[in-house]
Design a binder for this molecule. Structure first.
Ligand SMILES: *[C@@H]1O[C@H](CO)[C@@H](O)[C@H](O)[C@H]1NC(C)=O
Ligand SMILES: *[C@@H]1O[C@H](CO)[C@@H](O)[C@H](O)[C@H]1NC(C)=O
Ligand SMILES: *[C@@H]1O[C@H](CO)[C@@H](O)[C@H](O)[C@H]1NC(C)=O
Length: 349
């Protein structure tokens, strides 16, 4: 387990910008690129609403600077009656202001400075783990609603989820010609995932993609990873519910059986069938894990048993930021008229 003290200072926060923006660029350019017409569900036009004026939802910043079309919400997220904008001139009329944590964490001056309209909700939003969310202390007693991958957020925005399908979808596994893939961009030798990999390496051949490793061009991402039987979905830091695109996108979208390193098995099982992943904690040693993967490699029946759940469930991983923001609309329609969140710092760790 990683137990980072969260006394990251103002200066550290600025360091995060210069240092992590590079990492963020690669991660998010791979995952949250604007994709037109690629939504799972038909987008509906949320701008037209006859009776009440639309509730204005202001994106205080574009997350990490990425822009995307607003006001196109998948119908399942009910964006009706809301108008999304990134135009700060509408601040005083906004029903909610979404503060993307990493874009405002360098100082309180990054937050809205004009007087706060009495009924306005401030929504604190992040998809990063606490290890990568410095400087939340000045958010104390300013926030009304939380929005994150944590299941106990007011607005739960996971990296992915499972949906039922009618069983008519083809259950076709892509041809598997390779064994284990891993995509890693931030090689920190002291991190749990790198230490675990070093233990695993003598017993298992792993193809590593990412910066300074095998190239993985974005358009071929899924095509390349689909060749593999297994994918190492090793999280960069260990926190409750912090289960990222490494599992939802890289592994599940490419039908590679995820080998997870992250929160506990029981935490994963809140979101996924038990057999849909292999947890490093299932084995006392890395060699034990390697032996099991090699055994599955030789036994197709046993390997396929890890995919039975796909007969009635399919993984969904949003590839744009838009669906996350869309959820704010319903949340503020349902929110109590007064709500204040006592302490981000005490909660988000
Ligand atoms: C922002 O909104 C104001 C007020 O409605 C408007 O005058 C301005 O043109 C808008 N700016 C942009 C960039 O859309
Ligand atoms: C299922 O796969 C078969 C053979 O590849 C194809 O002909 C059929 O159209 C597919 N059905 C669906 C629903 O995708
Ligand atoms: C939001 O929280 C702030 C700070 O506690 C509070 O002043 C404000 O009234 C709250 N707004 C709503 C709509 O609950």
């Amino acid at each position: 387990m990683e137990h980072k003290t969260r006394t990251l200072s103002f200066r550290n926060c600025l360091l995060f910008f210069t240092f992590q923006v590079v990492v963020a660029f690669f991660l998010f350019s791979a995952l949250f690129q604007v994709k037109h017409g690629n939504d799972q569900t038909e987008p509906i036009d949320v701008t037209s609403k006859p009776e009440e004026p639309a509730k204005i939802i202001l994106l205080w910043t574009w997350p990490f600077g990425y822009t995307f079309p607003l006001n196109k919400c998948p119908s399942q997220f009910d964006g009706t009656g809301c108008f999304f904008t990134a135009n700060r001139s509408l601040y005083s009329e906004a029903a909610a202001v979404v503060l993307h944590s990493r874009d405002v964490c360098s100082s309180r001056n990054q937050l809205p400075q004009a007087p706060r309209p009495p009924k306005q909700y401030w929504v604190w939003f992040t998809l990063e783990s606490p290890s990568h969310n410095p400087n939340t202390a000045f958010m104390e007693k300013l926030i009304n609603l939380t929005m994150s991958y944590r299941a106990d957020s007011d607005i739960f925005t996971p990296y992915g989820w499972l949906e039922r399908h009618d069983g008519k979808e083809n259950f076709t596994m892509p041809a598997k010609t390779k064994l284990v893939a891993w995509v890693v961009s931030n090689w920190n030798p002291n991190s749990r995932r790198i230490k675990y990999y070093e233990e695993l390496k003598p017993h298992l051949a792993v193809d590593i993609y990412g910066l300074q490793h095998l190239p993985l061009p974005r358009p071929k991402h899924i095509e390349i990873l689909s060749q593999y039987k297994f994918y190492l979905a090793f999280e960069n830091s260990i926190h409750e519910d912090y289960i990222t695109e490494k599992l939802w996108h890289n592994a599940l979208s490419s039908w590679a059986l995820p080998v997870v390193l992250g929160p506990s098995r029981s935490n994963y099982e809140r979101f996924l069938p038990p057999e849909s992943f292999i947890h490093v904690d299932d084995f006392p040693t890395a060699k034990g894990l390697a032996d099991y993967l090699n055994e599955l490699d030789k036994d197709d029946n046993k390997y396929m048993q890890h995919f039975n759940w796909r007969k009635h469930l399919k993984p969904v991983a949003p590839e744009s930021w838009n669906p996350h923001y869309c959820k704010v609309c319903k949340a503020i329609k349902d929110a109590p008229s007064y709500r204040t969140f006592p302490s981000i710092t005490n909660w988000f760790k």
